[in-house]
Unconditional design. Structure first.
Length: 617
């Protein structure tokens, strides 16, 4: 995802900033830019779409120089990936330059307010609003103007700002995305990740949420958003660059579980019109007229992505009224599947390099099917060979067991299902608006689930010695039972199986006793008769397990007294509609698997015998 680098000191800034941006290329980006104040205090900005080499060429053609400045690599959310939309962004008069990671959720209302006040905007981005807002509040002090501006912003953001009207300083801000401050001898650094500056300094610290840092050649001054001074203990980093990316978490897996609200927000950003509910997928690569001609969808994936495909089947069949089949990538081409131009094949892959999935893509393409890739890795093999792409903006996922990429895939598939329904004219505008409103609320609901992490630590104490688990679900919640079982297997090495709750009488009941915990997905959606009926059947399944002395842990909607009357162990989650409940339900299962694994002493980031990307069959 987007990257930030800032430098102020006694050396020339441009080579240092470019080197830092180069070290952040692994995060993925589609444009880059730099802002430098030269020795005459002119604010010079250079931007380019595409690779960093394009920015370097722009600087070669129009050189810039100075002792301090900021740089950025951007992954587009608001506005297309063009040079004009690349960061840094400036205010009307060119006094302020801003680079920004994250999303300003209330940028439309702020933009309307600023337009009414005479501000003129040059881009479609949410970031430009920040520059204009700082200009609006500027009264001689960049720090104070920034402080006033960030109080108006809703969402998650990391910022680095410079101004020719208050020179010789960089102001850095954190409210969500990470910001690391590096300390040198008469020189100071700001970055979004440690690897960007690790070659320049090993002495650094991370800002906490709600903090502002002012960097000058004399040092770093820290305050909170209200202006109260804060202090940080400086750490001398001895990690290699990969180790350094943990950002204060004990391991990557926990970090990535907690990054899910951001991953879903970024995946949705710029693709949903809140007012109309319209889903815009410009990168899909298949025109609406073509989409209307498809008669079937075939989804192909492996592992966790296959579970996402199972959820996607429910979404597409409900919202687009197209029949969907789901295949394992490893099995797909060995059964001579029936495909043709009337079939849309959706390939789902976190890495875009899974050998089985690539082989399935080529098989489908050879048979005349159009291909859409749902992928987290730009320029991977799958995205290069597909007809169109739907990127999940989850950012790099280091932990072998997929977490944030799964929820981002579910968000992307929800967008695809809505888009198909809209272009096929089977999803009306009122339903679209309701779906869009709920989809945009999902990141906040994920944050609510993540706020109760200590609950899962306590729950794990009574479960980590179990040798077997069962996970049960009905309807669209059944794939989440499969995913919960997979996460427990991957992270803790405990045998676990997921089943449709209605299948328990057909064999699995024989496994139940007091030593086998049973996790039941019992979240209810009272908006439809079908959902209410499934909920009642799920309660019956819970009673069946209890009658056989099984210990039941239920995931249920907060305030559900029916479940609490019959169970002691209930994991409460915020309500949602049934199509979007899987995104919320899976997070408790990830946290439970994680804390059980930690208590068992397992290596959660690199489980035995597993690799992040399976690049061989």
């Amino acid at each position: 995802m987007s990257g930030i680098v800032g430098y102020i000191g006694h050396r020339r800034a441009v080579p240092i900033i470019l080197d830092g941006l180069r070290r952040l290329e692994y995060r993925g980006y589609d444009s880059a830019g730099i802002a430098v104040l030269d020795d005459d205090r002119r604010l010079e900005v250079r931007r380019a779409s595409g690779k960093l080499r394009n920015l370097e060429e722009a600087i070669r053609m129009a050189p810039v120089d100075g002792a301090y400045g900021i740089g950025h690599t951007r992954w587009a959310t608001h506005g297309r990936p063009t040079a004009e939309n690349a960061h840094p962004h400036r205010d009307c008069h060119g006094n302020v330059a801003v680079v920004h990671n994250g999303i300003v959720e209330n940028f439309l209302s702020l933009k309307q307010e600023l337009l009414a006040g005479g501000h003129v905007f040059q881009t479609d981005t949410d970031t430009e609003v920040i520059a204009h807002l700082i200009e609006e509040h500027f009264d001689g002090s960049l720090e104070e103007a920034v402080r006033q501006a960030v109080r108006r912003l809703s969402g998650l953001f990391a910022l680095a700002i410079v101004s020719r009207s208050d020179p010789d300083r960089i102001v850095a801000v954190r409210s969500g995305p990470p910001v690391v401050i590096g300390l040198g001898a008469g020189e100071y650094f700001a970055a979004s990740d440690v690897p960007a500056i690790l070659s320049q300094t090993r002495d650094m610290f991370f800002l906490d949420d709600g903090e502002i840092a002012v960097l000058t050649t004399e040092g770093v001054r820290l305050t909170d958003f209200d202006g109260h001074p804060v202090k940080h203990q400086v750490t001398h980093v001895l990690w290699d660059p990969i180790m350094a990316e943990r950002g204060g978490y004990r391991d990557f897996t926990l970090k990535e579980i907690f990054e899910q609200p951001r991953a879903v927000r970024d995946t949705l950003a710029g693709r949903v019109e809140p007012d109309s509910g319209e889903v815009v997928l410009d990168e899909l690569g298949i025109q609406p007229a073509e989409l209307r001609e498809f008669r079937q969808v075939r989804m192909v994936a492996c592992g966790t992505s296959w579970h996402a495909a199972l959820v996607g089947k429910f979404m597409i069949e409900r919202l687009a009224r197209l029949p969907v089949e789901v295949d394992y990538g490893s099995e797909f081409r060995y059964r001579d599947p029936v495909l043709g131009p009337e079939v849309l094949t959706v390939i789902i892959s976190q890495s875009g390099e899974t050998a089985d999935t690539i082989a399935a893509l080529r098989e489908a393409k050879q048979k005349g099917s159009k291909i859409v890739a749902v992928c987290n890795t730009p320029r991977s093999m799958v995205t290069r060979e597909a007809d169109g792409t739907l990127f999940t903006h989850a950012g790099p996922e280091i932990g072998v067991a997929s977490t944030k990429t799964f929820t981002a895939q579910l968000a992307a598939l929800a967008l695809l299902a809505m888009h198909l329904g809209q272009v096929r004219q089977v999803l009306d505008s009122a339903v679209s608006r309701d779906l869009a409103a709920e989809l945009l609320r999902i990141p906040g609901k994920l944050e609510a689930v993540l706020s109760s992490e200590t609950f899962y630590e306590d729950l794990a104490r009574g479960l980590y010695l179990a040798r077997d688990f069962l996970f049960l679900g009905r309807g669209i919640q059944f794939p989440i039972a499969l995913e919960g079982a997979l996460k427990l297997k991957e992270l803790s090495y405990i045998h676990a199986e997921g089943y449709p709750a209605g299948e328990m009488k057909h064999g699995p009941n024989a496994l139940i006793d007091q030593d086998v915990p049973v996790v039941v997905l019992a979240a209810r959606d009272d908006s439809s008769d079908e959902s209410r009926a499934l909920y009642q059947k799920t309660l019956s399944s819970i009673q069946e397990v209890k009658a056989r002395d099984g210990r039941v842990i239920a995931v249920a909607i907060e305030g559900d007294e029916e479940v609490r009357r019959i169970l002691r162990d209930v994991i409460a989650i915020p309500p949602s509609i049934d199509l979007f409940l899987p995104m919320v339900e899976v997070v408790p299962l990830q946290l439970l698997a994680y804390h059980i694994a930690v208590r068992r002493g397992c290596d959660v980031d690199q489980p035995r015998n597993l690799a992040k990307s399976v690049t061989v069959e």
